[in-house]
Design a protein. Structure first.
Lengths: 254, 254
């Protein structure tokens, strides 16, 4: 594929505890940053309940719309872990006990501890391939363009670190942040001009309050390093023309 | 409406900075908890880009599927703030400068500071009503069942605190959390039995690690206080039958 093609992904966060506000999701930011380093751009995320219909519908909508889909949550041993069964239904295939997954669990747990609840974690949709779990043995899995990962952040992160190296993306989105003590309204008009003149970049404006003072972070993003440099320089010049000294400029980062 | 009807909502988080992983969203948890206190249950959340097509499509899908839709982000003064225009397009109405919103901004800013960028924050879809912003004057707005709120958490929270009192919901979901040092697998089977015997409640199991020890938080939820009490007692008894002493039991909370 040409390097300039955007490889896209959706993230589906599965869990009543996120929708109730009990738990703050930490997996979307981790996935978004990790995937961007290999040139895969998260275009949309959905947070849905532990509900078979909701999972089937979100997985089928997203796998048709994006190159990759990453789900998090619902693959543990308890009755509310229904993601694997729901993904099997989304693909209209059987849920099967995977011999390789059983073997991984057998090596991890003492024989007396390998109960039915743990063996449930060896059930995957027919045709899925396993994703290595370096923390606690119970694997994730991939079926077609859908990657099914756990919700526990420490385990998800270890799995993601292991699989991103094997993913083929497009060009990663590079970014620069230029911050200043000013208001968004004060610079909105010249900033819009900079955006118009630098169409190969995308410029976002994010207000903040620090030590009681209003500030704005201007984030320039592009897959083109030269375009990024030019736009970042134009943002800095725009601020200085307005008599505002930029606070910091980040090094180029993913 | 009967008190037992579930009043539902979707949250749409609008912002490239959330999808890039740069910013962790704090608005979904706040909205979810606040809405639950007035008996409105968040069934789904979507995180989408600052993209007109994405906003139109998410708003129209969610307003048809849920009683209420709350959007956050994209109503500031800069070029990347396109939520108001996109919501107008979703409803197929004009974007108009609201005289009451202009008046609010006029009272907040000195005349010399009320530039075109700030006046952009007075633009709302035709037929919308304003939502009071006690922090920084620029209002949110409501059109039909869609509530359009800002992305800055401090301002969003102040607006939400002001509007929830006027919302009519069903019964709030009550919850109890019972935690213990054990593994999910160790209690999965008796826990599934408790869930089956207490169908008016929903029991979630969430593993944690504290001081290097594995634990599980069992969260019982229900709109029925008596059913909640009975299920929580059954969870506690189930743990004790397994020789596990519960760590803490929260007071009933929203």
């Amino acid at each position: 594929m040409p390097a300039s093609r955007t490889v896209t992904a959706a993230v589906i966060v599965i869990g009543n505890e996120i929708l109730s506000g009990r738990t703050h999701d930490a997996n979307l930011p981790y996935l978004a940053r990790s995937l961007n380093t290999v040139g895969i751009r998260v275009m949309e995320a959905r947070v849905i309940a532990d509900d078979e219909g909701a999972i089937v519908s979100a997985v089928n909508a997203c796998r048709a719309a994006y190159d990759h889909v990453f789900t998090t949550g619902g693959i543990g041993p308890t009755h509310d872990d229904i993601t694997s069964a729901a993904v099997a239904r989304a693909f209209n295939v059987a849920l099967v006990r995977d011999p390789q997954a059983v073997s991984l669990l057998t090596h991890h747990y003492a024989a007396a501890d390998l109960n039915e609840a743990r063996l449930k974690m060896a059930e995957v949709p027919e045709g899925a391939s396993l994703i290595d779990n370096p923390v606690s043995a119970a694997p994730g899995f991939r079926i077609d363009n859908v990657w099914v990962l756990p919700g526990v952040p420490r385990i998800l992160q270890a799995m993601v670190d292991g699989l991103t190296a094997g993913l083929k993306g497009g060009d990663p989105v590079l970014s620069r942040t230029i911050s200043a003590f000013t208001t968004e309204s004060g610079i909105a008009s010249p900033l819009a001009d900079v955006q118009q003149q630098h169409g190969a970049t995308e410029i976002g404006s994010y207000p903040f309050v620090r030590s009681g003072r209003f500030g704005v972070s201007l984030v320039v993003r592009s897959t083109d390093a030269a375009a990024l440099d030019a736009a970042a320089a134009a943002v800095t010049a725009m601020l200085r023309d307005a008599g505002i000294e930029p606070l910091t400029e980040d090094a180029p980062a993913a």
